[in-house]
Design a protein around this ligand. Structure first.
Ligand code: NDP
Length: 466
């Protein structure tokens, strides 16, 4: 029997990717290192055909040459272990795709390890969760272009579609695909936190009910904020708890989890001198949320501002929140795309920023109308320094910045933390400042450490005996 592709790892993502491939006409071999998941999947098949294997060797032998193997296992040592078991079974020209959330530097290491064997290695970023995997995820493949070309017909077939185009494009060499997926997740952290802060303001400062906020999010989802995350937040707010009858969000513990991709995004940015303060602030907000016990103890000890009796006009302030959220989103995406641009320059990757925005339009978690305008900005100017200065965004931020200021000021006055809104404003104001306060830092550095400084009125390096 000749199968056109094989999938290893039949957990949540792997089994859905395999079904997606089968639904798109591929003959798919499936293998999982423990037998149970394979058996469970075969029992649940509903008209689709997947070909199960219980030995890795027969699984590999069943594949058409060049063999195409898609790995979807827990990222880390499991990925390494699967690759090591595959090496003796594969031949030159065969292709391994890793669809897991692998760190892009692990992908680069694995690429280098497989190169001498002549085995193609593609780090394939996949976003869209369980449903996306089944119905069409956004796919970010990186590695050698000629190997990508071999698998492109399958990947583009199973990818989500936006305006008839597949949400899958060749990203760049080696770990570029997994890098783009990693930063996508960092942007997602910021987007989610900004939405959470908009909710906080509507609930706390405007005293709106959860139901009313659900209505607002639904309305917002019909305009320029239209996105998957806004849509699901409206649905989340509608959900009632079966036990108490309360809105489910009111009984969900306020401690955020994370699986590491946001942290990787921030670490990479810090290592490479890339300012991604909003994304990192979103990560820190999760870390702070995790200190639940400490926060409960601190609550009666630490003072806040005097009770704010100012009553806010609801309709007016709901619109400020909407504009502040859109503006925060612009700033967060500007940071994520700066991370793409600067890392692309460091690694000579030539990342296709316009196309990256396009493949995020459907399938992935950050899918949004908004990505069309980002793509257009890079279409107009491929080497754009920062999205903020693209005409569309410069115009938008000029009109919305006052709303963000209003919300941040009101948050500060009322003692409500809005870390990503505040960080967005600080980034915007810092980025639009031709003259920063780093002259003071340079003077201090020269004072205590003779680190020298440059002058803005003459060439050279200077030191002062302070
Ligand atoms: P699951 O935990 O559902 O599945 C993990 C799979 O890996 C299982 O098939 C498991 O087999 C297998 N596995 C674990 N350890 C080993 C090992 N040592 N050797 C071989 N196989 C092993 O995870 P998901 O399907 O959610 O995630 C899979 C990958 O996809 C991860 O890298 C994840 O980060 C990534 N991803 C997940 C998304 C999501 O929304 N869930 C979205 C995008 C990417 P067994 O159960 O038999 O141990």
């Amino acid at each position: 029997m000749v199968n056109t592709i094989g999938v290893i790892g039949l957990g949540v993502m792997g089994r859905n990717i395999a079904l997606n491939m089968a639904n798109n006409g591929e003959q798919v071999a499936v293998y999982n290192y423990t037998r149970d998941l394979t058996d469970q999947l075969m029992e649940k098949l509903d008209g689709q055909t997947l070909i199960p294997y219980y030995e890795l060797e027969t699984f590999v032998q069943s594949l058409a040459v060049p063999r195409k193997v898609f790995i979807m296992v827990t990222a880390g040592t499991a990925t390494d272990s699967v690759i090591q078991s595959l090496i003796p079974l594969l031949q030159q020209g065969d292709i391994i795709m890793d669809g897991g959330n692998s760190h892009y530097q692990d992908t680069e290491r694995r690429y280098d390890e497989l190169k001498p064997h002549g085995i193609g290695y593609l780090g394939v970023g996949v976003s869209g969760g369980e449903v996306g995997a089944l119905t069409g995820p956004s796919i970010m493949p990186g590695g050698d272009l000629h190997f990508y070309n071999e698998v492109a017909p399958i990947l583009t077939k199973i990818a989500a579609k936006a305006d008839g185009e597949a949400c899958c494009t060749y990203i760049g060499p080696k770990g570029a695909g997994h890098f783009v997926k990693m930063v996508h997740n960092g942007i997602e952290y910021a987007d989610m936190q900004l939405i959470a802060e908009a909710y906080t303001f509507l609930r706390g400062n405007l005293s709106l009910s959860v139901e009313e906020i659900a209505d607002i999010f639904e309305t917002w989802n019909e305009g320029e904020l239209k996105s998957y995350l806004i849509e699901i937040t409206a649905e989340i707010l509608r959900k009632k708890d079966n036990v108490t009858g309360l809105p489910l969000v009111d009984v969900i513990l306020d401690q955020a989890g994370q699986k590491g991709t946001g942290k990787w995004t921030s670490l990479q940015a810090i290592d490479n001198g890339i300012p991604t303060s909003i994304i990192t602030e979103a990560l820190f907000a999760r870390y702070l949320s995790a200190l639940k016990e400490e926060r409960i103890q601190a609550q009666p000890i630490l003072a806040g501002p005097a009770k704010n009796t100012q009553s806010l006009d609801k309709a007016e302030w709901i619109e400020y929140v909407r504009q502040a959220l859109y503006m925060g989103k612009i700033c967060a995406y500007a940071q994520g795309f700066t991370q793409y641009k600067m890392t692309s320059e460091i690694n000579n990757w030539n990342l296709p920023l316009k196309d990256i925005a396009l493949i995020f339009r459907n399938g992935c978690i950050i899918r949004a109308e908004f990505l069309n305008v980002i793509s257009e900005a890079y279409d107009e100017k491929a080497d754009l320094a920062n999205l903020l200065i693209a005409p569309y965004f410069a115009d938008k931020t000029a009109r919305y910045q006052q709303s963000l200021r209003n919300i941040v000021c009101e948050g500060i006055q009322s003692g409500v933390a809005l870390p990503c809104f505040s960080s967005s404003l600080a980034y915007y104001d810092s980025y639009r400042t031709g003259a920063s306060n780093a002259n003071i830092l340079q003077a201090q550095r020269d004072y205590f450490g003779a680190h020298t400084y440059k002058r803005n009125d003459m060439e050279g390096t200077f030191h002062t005996e302070w």
